[in-house]
Design a protein around this ligand. Structure first.
Ligand SMILES: [Fe+2]
Length: 290
């Protein structure tokens, strides 16, 4: 094998080592890292094989192929690190945007800690399990109906809790302002009539559920809706702006069965800046009105 050819193949091998380090340091998920590292190693194995062949220089196309394979690997790695979606079964518990005790005295640290690390985590785990069963072929013996029900329950639980944490802040301005206030006045008459309607909706939930302020791009209006559990009584084609968890796990340790006093306290921690941000983004979605 001539010297230049050998040096070139060795430089490809070195470059493969650097690529492996980049993958290790990247934000890819663990099993994605493993998969990518295996691919790089397989590619390096092919280069070693070629280096071992006496007559390798007689096969320049093979060298070009190897180089192209390496470039494809880079593209693949770049593609997955610029990911704009969560792979099926890979949802993660989002961190709280404040400390566990930040919402005291309105919501206790003990509740926030349990609610986030136990309840929300279990919805994330349940959603991942359902997605794996539905989309990656790990269905087992359960019928599809079971996994669809699991996806609806846990997926709604995960997404609603994610909104809920950001809907609250220790620095609440206590009242809405800006665009959302304008829309509240336009649709509900006043802040007070909106607050009463939302509170009544939250109090009306039987057992476990939610109250939600929704934006409906289909009607160009706000709406108030309660959800039973996480996923029943939903209003499709709308975007939740402000949600209130009225499951017993959200208040029982602090307010026992006094749901009304929990709701009253909760109004003190609403993050109206976050509601405005959600509203301004939601309004950009334009549907034909019907
Ligand atoms: Fe909850």
């Amino acid at each position: 094998m001539n010297k230049e050819y050998k040096e070139y193949l060795e430089s490809l091998l070195n470059w493969g080592e650097k690529l492996k380090q980049t993958v290790q340091d990247s934000e890819l998920l663990d099993d994605e890292k493993m998969h990518t590292l295996k691919q790089v190693e397989k590619w390096q194995g092919n280069i070693y094989e070629l280096l071992d062949q006496e007559e390798a220089d007689a096969n320049p196309e093979r060298m070009l192929d190897l180089r192209a394979e390496g470039e494809n690997l880079i593209q693949e790695i770049q593609g997955s690190s610029n990911r704009e979606s969560v792979p099926y079964g890979k949802h993660k518990l989002p961190p709280l945007p404040y400390a566990y005790n930040a919402l005291e005295p309105y919501i206790s640290e003990q509740i926030m800690r349990l609610h986030h690390t136990k309840h929300h985590q279990s919805y994330v785990d349940g959603l991942n399990k359902a997605e794996e069963a539905l989309y990656t072929g790990k269905k087992g013996k359960d019928p599809i109906k079971h996994w669809l029900r699991e996806q609806a329950f846990n997926g709604s639980g995960h997404y609603l809790h994610t909104i809920f944490w950001h809907n609250m802040t220790p620095n609440s301005k206590k009242k809405p302002s800006g665009e959302i206030l304008k829309q509240i006045k336009k649709d509900f008459g006043s802040w007070n009539s909106f607050k009463k309607l939302f509170t009544d909706a939250a109090e009306s939930v039987e057992g476990n559920g939610w109250a939600a302020l929704l934006w409906s791009p289909r009607s160009g209006k706000l709406a108030i809706q309660s959800f039973e559990k996480h996923q029943l009584f939903q209003l499709p084609d709308t975007i939740p702006l402000l949600v209130l968890d009225v499951w017993e796990h959200a208040y029982y340790l602090q307010h026992q069965n006094d749901k009304a006093s929990y709701i009253k306290d909760w109004w003190n921690v609403v993050n109206w800046d976050n509601v405005n941000e959600r509203f301004n983004k939601a309004k950009k979605l334009k549907w034909q009105l019907f």
